[in-house]
Design a protein. Structure first.
Length: 304
């Protein structure tokens, strides 16, 4: 049976998963082997209103985030931000001995701390599950130690220091995650370079199609969709490989096309701007000068 759920609080997740009530209403660290979804459901679609950081292995469930699915057999880390849709398919007949940790953090727990703003800048919270973090044994051990630090503090008597200590450990967990994602991009260079090659082909075809005047300049979202990746993941990958974001790659290709038209056609600068998808020539002039260090007219004069 299928069910659609919205969990507004961490307590609601505990109740649905047959767990004891959390010791703190805004943060919970769960031993994943204790999670028991109701047996009558084999498909769950949920939206949660808190952050979820899960280090799981040997789980007899298939998690679908976005358009991709992954079976949690090896130890991997998956991060979900508030309002993201999670689709879970459960095989109750599968022999599984789930283990791992699930850290749930309500945004209100971070209120009035620097992490409240910083956590929104971690791009991996926008990744789909096929872009989850695959951990080495050493990396997994490091992450587990941080989880255990949170557990020790979480189970101690709550006092005025507790929140800051737990938040410090959460930030450490996120910083390790950021480091390991970058390592993953580097160690998976073959597949990463395939993405880069596909991006170059996609942009070249788009800018040579002659449809810029009708379709406009492609957005990061459109390019990511064509590559079946999330925008955050694509930009993170490109920054590691090339030092440049997806938006910068689009702009680079746009300026290359502009230089070609300025040097090989008799079109006016305004006409070139319109053909490249700009509504106002002034916007084209500003971007071109910022990228080429000279105005379009000065660049063109070099070829006359």
């Amino acid at each position: 049976m299928k069910i659609d759920l919205q969990f507004n609080s961490i307590s609601e997740y505990h109740h649905f998963s047959n767990l004891p009530q959390p010791e703190h209403p805004l943060v919970s660290l769960i031993d994943y082997s204790q999670v028991q979804y109701p047996v009558e459901y084999d498909e769950i679609r949920l939206v949660q209103h808190y952050y979820s950081i899960g280090l799981k292995r040997h789980v007899g469930k298939k998690f679908n985030y976005g358009q991709e699915a992954y079976d949690f057999e090896a130890g991997i880390l998956a991060l979900v931000a508030p309002q993201q849709v999670v689709h879970i398919e459960i095989d109750h007949q599968a022999a599984a001995n789930p283990s791992g940790w699930l850290l749930l953090v309500h945004p209100d727990f971070l209120w009035n701390t620097p992490l409240a703003t910083k956590i929104k800048k971690y791009e991996f919270f926008g990744y789909a599950v096929n872009e989850a973090l695959f951990l080495s044994e050493k990396e997994e051990a490091t992450m587990v130690e941080v989880f255990r630090n949170i557990q020790r503090e979480y189970q101690a008597n709550i006092d005025r220091f507790s929140q800051n200590i737990i938040i410090t450990q959460i930030e450490l967990l996120l910083n390790y995650t950021e480091r390991y994602y970058e390592r993953q991009f580097i160690t998976r260079r073959i597949s990463s370079h395939q993405v880069l090659s596909k991006l170059e082909t996609l942009l070249s075809n788009y800018f040579e199609s002659g449809n810029l005047i009708h379709k406009g300049i492609p957005s990061v979202q459109e390019i990511a969709d064509e590559l079946h990746l999330t925008p955050n993941y694509l930009s993170s990958l490109l920054k590691v490989l090339t030092g440049r974001s997806t938006q910068q790659h689009i702009q680079d290709k746009l300026i290359d096309k502009a230089k070609e038209m300025l040097s090989t056609t008799q079109l006016s600068i305004s006409e070139i701007a319109y053909e490249l998808g700009f509504e106002q020539p002034a916007s084209f002039n500003k971007l071109f000068k910022s990228k080429a260090q000279v105005s379009p007219s000065v660049f063109r004069s070099k070829f006359n």
